[in-house]
Design a protein around this ligand. Structure first.
Ligand code: 6GU
Length: 226
């Protein structure tokens, strides 16, 4: 899978994909992330990519020309399955969207900044708009990092049996059960006995029960989703 990211602050995204699971995914060639600095398509020698908004009001808006020229140029090389704009007024990101996106071949992520991007770009180019939660970030970059991480680990071949995504929280609308490791007795706090007895069927039942309990307690809303 190829993910191209258009941003005015590529530095913010240097590190998030260079460690752990995503690093391995890139090394295996299963995930290719390309960062593009929007200023490469600036309209003048002052490297301008933003301007005041028509009608007045505080905050700059990313201009349509640099974005359109950037997207046009990137589209010469590949046909994007989705052109996604990261924005607090987008569709709320969740595991279902991550699952779907993980099956795509080419994705372009556009990170807004300041007040956002000229709406004509949203109408002409953008195929999907995503928000990662009901709060405002100063730009789309950290949201892009979240989306790429969530998608990247789901790409077939990235996780092995041990790290399998099948048992993640949310994969079946249930939160994950609690986990424990050695020692079995930590300062008088003992690991649930059933996990030590070595009966895989009992362990499985216990985990399902714990998942349900946790979900009922913390996220009852998940249980009523289809
Ligand atoms: Cl995708 N962008 C920004 N700027 N803020 C956000 C967001 C995205 N999702 C939640 N808050």
């Amino acid at each position: 899978m190829n993910i191209d990211i258009l941003t005015v602050v590529p530095e913010l995204l240097d590190s998030p994909f260079s460690h752990s699971i995503l690093k391995r995914a890139r090394e295996k060639g299963l995930l290719n992330v390309h960062l593009h600095n929007l200023r490469k398509w600036a309209i003048n020698k002052h490297m301008q990519v933003d301007d005041y908004q028509f009608g007045g009001g505080a905050g700059m808006v990313l201009m349509p020309e640099p974005l359109a020229n950037a997207i046009d140029e990137l589209q010469k090389d590949k046909k994007f399955d989705e052109i996604i704009f990261l924005t607090p007024d987008g569709e709320l990101f969740n595991q279902k969207i991550a699952n779907r996106l993980s099956l795509k071949e080419n994705i372009l992520l556009i990170c807004g900044h300041y007040k956002g991007i000229d709406d004509r770009i949203r109408q002409k180019y953008v195929t999907k708009e995503i928000s990662i939660g009901d709060y405002v970030l100063s730009g789309g970059e950290l949201a892009a990092a979240v989306v790429v991480d969530a998608i990247g680990r789901l790409i077939p071949g990235v996780l092995n049996d041990e790290t399998s995504a099948l048992f993640d929280s949310f994969q079946d609308n249930l939160l994950a059960p609690p986990v424990y490791t050695r020692p079995a007795d930590f300062r008088g706090n003992k690991v649930p006995e059933i996990l030590l007895q070595g009966d895989p069927k009992k362990v499985e039942e216990w985990r399902t029960e714990q998942s349900l309990l946790r979900t009922k307690e913390r996220r009852p809303d998940l249980l009523s989703e289809e």
